[in-house]
Design a binder for this molecule. Structure first.
Ligand code: PLP
Length: 440
């Protein structure tokens, strides 16, 4: 069995995370429970940063917090000197409440509202990643009205579709995000912004996909963006000091996934940027990256309690847990695969195969199609690995199921960082029906 980060199996055959016994965590906090191995998050952050430090290159590693956004993780990210990528007023608000240094926050999104942009100015964030011409207009008006400068990056689509194990290059990318590099949109966006009095154009941004294992796609993207910036230097004598290459570095969900060490992607990127810069006489820009999943994904394990089991003779065995698509939509949404363990019996032989069913009223609510496990019984604690990214952050109250608690574990200590929702939380926005109002 593959264990992640600080995980071990103790003398009692229990899965431990961050020096704590997962069975005791389940007893103390209840299940389902999101458990985060904070040391793993810190180690990843440091590995990315050390790679840049070693290369002697200016950088920012921005945690793409759509993967998991809470006050506590923003505070750990700040401790680790990370920057932050936010995509909504809600994420920005959470970061501000967490006391995250605002000048290290980057704001993304393909349809930022006027209110969101206004908030970004008010708060004084570090950079807005501009997505489209509508946003350029809004930003020009806003910054002029407020007489307030703002750093911007232009998000471009470089025509590279990166998938887990390979990538393809397309002349034009059909994406809702960004300015197309090939068809002239990026050039127009540059011309509309580079000499603006208030908008300080730092450079280009791209994000070519997620769960990518192939360094080639990142290298190609670096080359294309560097070439574009070099062409603007030649034509307009404007040098962009920053190149942001997004996130998307793959992690190991199951044995089928064979990611490189996260830092390797960065080493290759730096090499390509240096080579391309040297070839065109362009000053080496700062490189910014935005890892989400590769910082927080395998730091998360969800603990569930097994309840009912069912056998469909000759077909499959089901084991149902006390959560499901309401706390992890990824399997139902796009067939994401996970591996698992019986946390209270982690050394037992894996003699059986179960489909792990959630408790939501959807046949498609299955967390794992084929989990290799020992014979399971009601009350066993199932740990599903690698649920740290896009699990809690995509959780819903479907079926009016309360969202689980989140805890951080580190150095043998656990702490509650998001309380489990209660039934009262579920109805707190509801208002009673008024017959009188309906008749007025
Ligand atoms: C612009 C941008 N940056 C970074 C990320 C993080 O990607 P990942 O979690 O795969 O690293 C995403 C994910 O959707 C993204 O859209």
């Amino acid at each position: 069995m593959h264990l992640y980060g600080t995980q071990t199996i103790n003398d009692q055959g229990h899965l431990t995370i961050g020096g704590t016994d997962s069975v005791e965590l389940a007893e103390k906090y209840g299940t389902p429970l999101y458990v985060y191995d904070i040391q793993l998050f810190r180690d990843r952050a440091r590995a990315f940063q050390e790679t840049f430090e070693k290369a002697g290159i200016g950088y920012q590693v921005a945690y793409a917090s759509k993967a998991f956004s809470t006050i506590a993780i923003y505070q750990v990210a700040a401790e680790e000197k990370l920057s932050l990528d936010v995509v909504s007023a809600g994420e920005l608000y959470t970061a501000v409440k967490a006391g995250f240094p605002v000048e290290k926050i980057h704001f993304h999104g393909n349809n930022k509202s006027v209110e969101e942009l206004q908030m970004a100015f008010e708060v004084g964030i570090g950079c807005i990643v501009v997505d489209n011409f509508y946003e350029i207009d809004l930003l020009k008006k806003l910054s002029e009205r407020l007489e307030q400068p703002m750093n911007i990056l232009l998000r471009v689509t470089p025509g590279i579709e990166a998938h887990t194990h390979d990538y393809i290059t397309t002349g034009q990318e059909d994406s809702k995000f960004g300015f197309d590099l090939k068809n002239g949109q990026a050039d127009r966006a540059f011309e509309q912004t580079f000499d603006n009095d208030y908008l300080n154009l730092l450079g280009l941004h791209c994000h070519i996909g997620s769960q990518i294992f192939d360094t080639g796609a990142f290298q190609l993207a670096s080359e294309k963006l560097m070439q574009k910036m070099a062409s603007w230097k030649e034509q307009f004598d404007y040098t962009c000091p920053v190149l942001n290459l997004g996130g998307g570095f793959g992690i190991r969900y199951t044995e089928e996934d064979k990611p490189l060490e996260p830092a390797v992607y960065v080493e290759q990127m730096i090499e390509t940027v240096k080579q391309t810069a040297n070839a065109s006489g362009y000053p080496i820009p700062e490189i910014w990256i935005e890892p989400g999943r590769s910082l927080i994904g395998d730091a998360g394990t969800t603990l569930y309690t097994i309840g009912s089991t069912k056998e469909v003779p000759g077909t499959r065995k089901y084991a149902a847990v006390d959560g499901g698509m309401s706390d992890n939509i990824r399997p139902a949404l796009y067939g994401a695969k996970y591996s698992s363990v019986i946390a209270n019996n982690a050394n037992a032989g894996l003699t059986e195969q179960y489909t792990i069913a959630g408790k939501c009223c959807e046949s498609g609510d299955k967390l794992i199609e084929q989990a290799d496990l020992p014979v399971v019984a009601a009350g066993d604690i199932l740990g599903i690995f690698c649920t740290g990214a896009y699990g809690y952050s995509m959780a819903s109250n479907y079926n009016r199921i309360a969202r689980p608690a989140v805890i951080f574990v580190e150095n043998g200590v656990s702490q509650l960082v998001v309380k489990r929702e209660t039934n009262d939380d579920l109805i707190k926005q509801d208002l009673p029906y008024s017959q009188k109002a309906a008749q007025e």
